[in-house]
Design a protein around this ligand. Sequence first.
Ligand code: GLU
Length: 452
Amino acid sequence: MTAPPLVAEDLDLHHIAKAQFDRAAPFTSNVDGWKGMAQWLFEPERIVEVSLPIRRDDGYVFMFRGFRVLHSTVRGPGKGGIRFHPEAGVGEVKALATWMTWKSALVDIPFGGAKGGVVCDPRRLSLGEKERLTRRFVAALGENIGPHTDIPAPDLYTDSQTMAWIYDTYAMMHPGNANLPVVTGKPVTLGGLAGRAGATAQGGVFVLEHYLEMGGIPGLASLDGARIALQGFGNAGRHAAMLLHEAGAVIVGISDSSGGISCETGLDPGMVGRFKDETGSVVDVPGSSPLPPAGVLELECDVLVPAAIECQITAHNAPRVKAPIILELANGPTTPAADDILSERGIKVVPDILANAGGVVVSYFEWAQNIENQQWDEASVMAQLRRRMRRATETVMTRRVSMVEAIDVYRDRWHGLVPSQRKLGLPDLRTAATAVAVQICRDATEQRGVWP
Ligand code: GLU
């Protein structure tokens, strides 16, 4: 087993995204055309940083900071959520925007990638303060967002109410226009789609089901009876727990930012959700045993679902992960060093850009519905989501097999060309998914050409 590194890991998310890109790049075809292309494909198109002075409820004016990064518009307008988080920063938002570009390409929707972040602790903001902060952010971004340029959506600590404020502010700034497609994840009464809130989790469950059906984990062909541990009980984690429980899985552990709980015979996610609504946390749910916050990642189970924040599975704890499969509902929960350790231990990681793409797929349906002024029903949204997620799963699995088969060809091709990439290991699912996505972006970039 690989020993944890003696030096601290580089947890800079943009460096992590670059490491993933560098691993995947050699597996994309037409290598000669790469000269100078790699930088173009990786670096963001635009970074906007704004100051947001907000009057707090106690009368003080507090200065918040916000970012919006547009990573790529090569395949369509920028698309990606806005998060409210104390640790949001430009490096993090750049990485998240990059992953949005890859995600949209992988599930074949006509968007590029973008992301926004406001540095704040949303749990310490009143509803009014959150509304003023959201509206000020939209006003400060000005023409940097728009229905055909860059389309925000929910992310950590933002929801359909936040999206309604974004829509309203933008509509006030652009009277007389058809503004609904400027933002997705809106309330159903305001052009939103039924099923959008649970779409990230539902997409992940569709991927997991198909991966198991296709023999991804020998001896585990379906979710019925599968033992699942979930880190995070926000939008993605909570919906995932409900859906997995409905599919017959046994939820053996759940955690949130306050702590974790486990139960050998299975937790009832509906009951855990009601408990959290009342007390603010899952800790102390009756009938459960307490776990330290990161303890859930090391539980004995069949599927581990990180559904919280980045860099949770690192070189430090990867040697102790017991699940044979990890379904990444969070963005960036596993570091490259952890990927190496897990891969060496035979643990499969279904990467974020595939596993959590259900959210942006349904966002695309919402955007298309708003553009057409139509109303889609939930059943057809879910059927289309299922089809796209299964297709993307197959694409990644097939690509990985062909990459493994041709590994010597790739090694020969790259040997001596780019020193840092000489060490070409067997590709994991993340590298396969990234290679598919980067290849699509690369082809589109080449087809468009270099202007002027
Ligand atoms: N924030 C979500 C994500 O990371 C959804 C983005 C969207 O719907 O645009 O994928």
